[in-house]
Design a protein around this ligand. Structure first.
Ligand code: ADP
Length: 308
């Protein structure tokens, strides 16, 4: 059984279609990225998964539960960190974590969790006096307090400084190691490329593609380049029958092979077979951001990957 299934989701707000038609299957234990431009329908989709939006059409299942009908059981298995969660401003970090912990039969130790997200120094600070980044970390702690089987993280590292961001990435990797399913909404390319096992590219309320980050890059068909030198004169015919190679040229003592697919592996294998020793091998490939631009054909508002 998939951990999370969305089938034919459609949701509109008045005249605005937020989600046209989205279907997703998230396997248990994977980190599943939901990537897209602002306004593509990502948040609406994950809010439907969390039971916070009623779909106009379509079905959502989380470990077989209907998020709207089985709300209480859903809360025990799904942790949610959403953007702009409204929390009681006058409560302290410790009070909020303890309060949320009380909603669950089993769960994390509040003090350990506070330490884990780096808020020990702020345990007695009221929510309203936390910085944006600290509020974000508290939101993440609250998503994890019930030791969920799956967690939805919407714009996980927005507002965090680079160090805190890396810490949060390690936390997410730690969740995967424990078998927790993670749905990660992001428009931070480096984050998605580094963390996600698979990514759904959402465009104007539809799924444009689902693949591994490398698969999306390969799918975009963007050129890759392998450069190397050889100790002895090189015969380009060695790479003639390698499907992934599109062109080979020599520049001085350097050989430059361009192509697509699993180019580096294909070239290395062909060279080994031909007993050619490659020196100073360098590989350049398109990034997920290049693939995103190529697959969606529209500019990305936050191509730098910085916070909004
Ligand atoms: P994303 O998370 O990809 O930025 P959203 O799901 O937040 O996209 O929004 C999709 C579309 O629906 C956008 O055009 C947005 O303006 C609109 N939208 C989202 N929430 C509401 C709402 N509560 N009322 C009206 N329009 C909304």
């Amino acid at each position: 059984m998939d951990a999370i299934e969305v089938r034919g989701l459609h949701k509109r707000y008045g005249d605005t279609v937020a989600v046209e038609d989205v279907s997703l299957s998230v396997e248990a234990g994977e980190i599943y990225g939901v990537l897209g431009r602002n306004g593509a329908g990502k948040s609406t989709t994950v809010e439907a998964v969390a039971g916070l939006q009623r779909p106009d059409r379509g079905e959502v299942r989380v470990f077989g539960l209907d998020p709207r009908r089985d709300r209480n059981r859903l809360r025990q298995v799904l942790g949610v960190q959403l953007q702009d969660a409204a929390l009681h401003a006058a409560l302290t970090v410790r009070e909020l974590v303890r309060l949320y912990r009380s909603f669950y039969r089993d769960g994390a130790d509040p003090e350990e969790l506070i330490e884990h997200v780096g808020l020990t120094g702020q345990r007695r600070t009221r929510f309203e006096h936390l910085s944006g980044g600290q509020q974000q970390r508290l939101n993440i702690a609250l998503a994890l307090v019930g030791d969920p089987r799956a967690v939805v993280l919407d714009e996980l590292t927005t507002g965090l400084d680079p160090e805190a961001r890396r810490h949060m990435w390690a936390t997410v990797e730690g969740l995967r190691d424990r078998g927790v399913t993670v749905v990660l909404v992001s428009h931070h390319m480096e984050e998605v490329e580094r963390l996600c096992d698979r990514v759904a590219l959402i465009e104007r309320g539809r799924v444009a593609a689902v693949d591994t980050p490398e698969g999306l890059v390969a799918r975009a068909g963007l050129e890759q380049v392998v450069r190397f030198r050889t100790a002895a004169p090189f015969d380009p015919a060695v790479l003639d029958r390698v499907e992934e190679v599109r062109s080979v040229r020599t520049v001085g003592d350097q050989v430059v092979a361009t192509g697509s697919g699993n180019l580096l592996h294909a070239v290395s294998t062909a060279l080994v077979k031909a007993d050619v020793v490659a020196l100073d091998t360098r590989f350049e490939r398109a990034t997920l951001e290049d693939a995103f631009l190529s697959l969606t054909g529209s500019p990305f508002d936050d191509a730098s990957g910085s916070e909004r």
